[in-house]
Design a protein around this ligand. Sequence first.
Ligand code: HXC
Length: 259
Amino acid sequence: PADQLVLVDRQGPVTVLTLNRPKALNALSSPLFVQLNNELDKAAQDDQVKCIVLTGGEKVFAAGADIKEMKDKNFAEVYRSNFLGSWARVTSFRKPIVGAVSGYALGGGCELAMMCDILLASPTAIFGQPEITLGIIPGAGGTQRLTKIVGKPIAMDMVLTGRKIDAKEAERMGLVSRVVWEEGKSVVQEAVALAKKIGGFGAVAVQAGKEAVDAANELPLSEGLRLERRLFQQLFATADQKEGMAAFAEKRKPAFKDE
Ligand code: HXC
């Protein structure tokens, strides 16, 4: 249906969420985010869902926040309603999110891509923070996450000039985890395969791995290392640690139970 702004496709342990406003290049409107957050809430509750793939499909990821929705808003309105504050739901989601970017990931689209835990891109991917051309600046991590990922010189270049980055450059600067260069290979299918692989591991260890890596952005090194060691030690209280190590010793495949 036309009002389905996020398509949901369940593939085994993976839920594929596809942004679905093709005529507006998947511009991220408030109603779209309500649906996206709603699907994340459902996936968070469902123990059978082990991993998310977030994509815009094979043509475009997202050309940013919806400019037509924003253009007439005033300060009091956006401040009081915490306009776009609900985007943060993506970053409080505890299962892994694999992003798959084809085509434009601009402005809020680039910021949403950077919220993903692992980011795959197709050779057509184009990243950028063009907000400066609209008289604003990025508002969902385009000055903070981007700077942590690529460093100040490139972040300043992108944020103050709006310069767009292609897949090759994005790969070189570490903005994406991998580019799927092989001709005929779909970035979405590659993302699903990767997500299924993660879905086959023990969910407790996967969640701990995500928590620990995320902590590296928030904590001083000594605190981060302490958290990492505690999480590592705690995993010895799980059945999956016993199973994983027993399976290795017995030269068989482990059967994880997420406990
Ligand atoms: C609303 C958008 C849109 C957007 C594209 N469209 N981007 N609508 N918000 N961000 C609409 C166009 O108006 C057009 O609608 C249709 O999608 C197709 O776009 P075209 O411009 O005709 O396509 P093309 O010529 O191929 O150019 C593609 C493009 C361009 C280079 C990506 O659309 C563009 O520059 N878009 C804006 C990119 C941008 O500035 N993003 C940052 C937004 S601010 P019609 O009805 O005419 O067919 C932001 C702030 C984030 O994201 C803050 C987060 C808290």
